[in-house]
Design a protein around this ligand. Structure first.
Ligand code: SPV
Ligand code: MN
Length: 623
């Protein structure tokens, strides 16, 4: 290796070189050498799975001030730049040859042009810095789900986050020998000032699907930089499409049923729509909160968590709404807080239930109450998208099968978005196809006032995976339909809506109601509740929910509550079908005809119900 790649001999200390040599993989060696040459770091540090490597990275993050120590042992804070507080869709693009098209909803750039641009940005970008080379495994190691990955980064914060969020992969990498089948990521935070990326206009996230490489420059926010998170999801979706499995933006959890039974379900929700809080529901067990792989095995559906940690939204984590995470965040142990407010080593965030401090340090620098941005808008003390990074192993509610190399048997899939006026809180699809098309492929989510100015704008977001699709939307739907056909008993599909409001704009459900929906879903999966047939799916009966509200929340659930929440809103449901059909007609080339047929059938059922009972139909009128 060293003769072939003198650059590595020059840049690596003997231990790092030894670690690279022990991985007898020429593609890996070529990759590291090429980017060491191009990025021109002062030195290259190669990590393995040892505690020494992790400790080195943690120390570097502090030493280089990408993180600062907080008062509690193990706690650190990291700040991303003021304009680097979330995933940046505008500058995230697939590098595509002229003969490949992903459709108008998916961002891309000509391969040659994009590659030239990104290599230009990477040239010399690590001068004065150290390059870290790290190995991880997506999914449990030594299993059918395993996907080995190598990350190059000059950010110790990114590397540190990955040690918390993913399973170690150096030893696993040894086992793949000279295989060429692994994912690669090249990241540089670029030039830093006050520890944040300054060249925001040169922020790019470019994805090379042919080579399975993602490039990320001039950004630090984890969703743009941590290769194994959303960058890998894009690569995995393409790989899954080739190999007939599914790579999904889904939580994975166990729901307890009668007699100690545990039923595994996954759930797709767009960002900030209750995915983590569902996975963390009291009394149930979490496997993962963000990305799951689904595979067919002997005719049944198995699912595994791709990750080993949580990069969770911290807003509203408080002792009442999320006691388990709250406790983790106030206990010594490894936590990276990002974009919160810190006051003398104590982190504060929105909705933490504490008095907002007068001043401190946040993503805007020194913060004081009343601070405004350039446009005169108040700067909150902590960013809405402020996060915490923890290992799942910290949680007492971690499911005992979270690392099972076989995955867990998946019996249900939930689809939910922010929907003020259309879907009932919970309903079961008639079958796989009906669920995939009218729920997953029809998923939408409303923006909140705080994000894009105008409130209530619905965004289409198929399976909550639109931001990450690396195959045409129509292909993705076909893959889903085919996947279901391979299964003896496909998972039952449920549409859920935590955000339904009444005419006065008041939410109809409490945060905890989802605990009841989960119990009902568990029973419905096993055929242990009778359902009512609505045009949009199978609805719970009042009696079952009343019993479950009593058992789970010790609450009364009146007939009035039930009727207001489960009334079929015919005009809104018809309007939704219209909207979604239009998107598929106008913006999704080659949409499957079955999709339009199933929409037409649903429309006909809704119209028939309206002829019989009017626009708003009480569930008590259904059989
Ligand atoms: C999401 O936004 O869906 C997240 C966080 O899970 S990010 O890493 O930004 O994707
Ligand atoms: Mn996510």
């Amino acid at each position: 290796m060293s003769e072939k790649h003198p650059i590595l001999k020059d840049k690596c200390d003997p231990e790092s070189r030894q670690r690279l040599l022990a991985l007898n993989n020429s593609k890996l060696h070529d990759f590291v050498a090429h980017y060491a040459d191009l990025c021109r770091p002062d030195s290259v540090y190669v990590c393995d799975d040892s505690p020494g490597s992790v400790a080195y990275i943690r120390d570097q993050a502090l030493k280089l001030k990408e993180e600062q120590a907080l008062a509690l042992p193990g706690h650190t804070v990291h700040f991303d730049g003021y304009f680097d507080q979330g995933r940046d869709k505008e500058v995230t693009k697939y590098l595509l040859p002229p003969d490949i098209q992903l459709g108008p909803r998916i961002n891309s750039i000509d391969e040659e042009k994009g590659f030239k641009e990104i290599e230009g940005l990477l040239a010399g970008i690590m001068a004065g810095k150290q390059m870290y080379v790290l190995f991880f495994c997506l999914g449990p190691t030594f299993s059918e789900f395993s996907a080995p990955c190598v990350q190059i980064t000059d950010s110790a914060y990114v590397a540190h986050s990955e040690y918390i969020l993913y399973r170690p992969g150096y030893e696993y990498f040894k086992s793949i020998g000279d295989s060429r089948d692994f994912f690669r990521y090249v990241h540089s935070a670029g030039e830093l000032k006050d520890n944040v990326s300054v060249n925001v206009d040169q922020k790019r996230i470019y994805i090379d699907l042919k080579e399975n490489i993602v490039f990320s420059t001039n950004t630090q926010y984890a969703g743009n930089t941590v290769g194994l998170k959303k960058l890998s999801l894009r690569l995995a979706i393409r790989k899954a499409s080739r190999e007939a499995w599914l790579a999904e933006h889904m939580l994975l959890m166990g729901v307890k049923g009668p007699g100690g039974r545990v039923t595994y379900v996954s759930g797709a929700f767009p960002s900030a729509c209750g995915k983590t809080s569902t996975a963390m529901c009291a009394g149930e067990s979490i496997i993962g909160d963000d990305i799951a792989y689904l595979r067919e095995k002997d005719g049944s559906c198995r699912a595994a968590n791709v990750e080993a940690g949580i990069f969770g939204i911290i807003q509203d984590v408080n002792p009442k709404d999320d006691p388990v995470i709250w406790n983790t965040l106030i206990t010594p142990g490894e936590v990276i807080f990002s974009n919160v407010l810190t006051v003398k080593g104590t982190p504060y965030w929105l909705g933490d239930g504490r008095q907002v401090p007068e001043e401190g340090v946040n993503f805007s620098g020194k913060w004081y109450r009343g601070k405004k941005d350039k446009n005169g808008n108040p700067i909150p003390h902590s960013h809405k998208n402020a996060r915490y990074t923890i290992s799942l192993s910290r949680l007492g509610n971690l499911d005992s099968r979270a690392d099972d190399p076989e995955g867990v048997p998946l019996s249900g899939i939930l689809f939910g978005g922010r929907d003020s006026d259309t879907w009932v809180p919970v309903q079961q699809a008639f079958d796989w196809e009906h669920g995939v098309l009218t729920m997953g492929s029809s998923l939408e989510s409303e923006t909140t006032a705080a994000t894009i100015g105008q409130e209530g704008v619905r965004n289409f977001n198929i399976m909550s995976n639109l931001d990450f699709l690396s195959i045409p939307i129509a292909q993705y739907i076909r893959n889903y339909l085919a996947f279901g056909r391979c299964l003896r008993t496909p998972p039952a599909i449920f549409g859920v809506n935590y955000f339904l409001r009444n005419r006065d704009g008041k939410f109809l459900n409490g945060m905890e109601d989802k605990r009841v929906w989960l119990k009902w879903i568990e029973l419905a999966i096993h055929g242990e509740v009778k359902t009512l047939s609505a045009p949009t799916g199978l609805l719970p009966r009042h009696g079952d929910l009343q019993r479950l509200f009593q058992d789970v929340l010790n609450k009364d659930y009146t007939r009035d509550d039930y009727v207001s929440q489960f009334t079929i809103r015919v005009p809104e449901n018809l309007a939704k079908l219209e909207r979604i059909s239009h998107i598929y007609y106008a913006q999704v080339p080659n949409s499957p005809q079955r999709l339009f047929d199933v929409f037409e059938e649903q429309k006909a059922r809704l119209q028939a119900l309206r002829r019989q009972h009017g626009d708003y139909v009480s569930p008590l009128l259904l059989a």
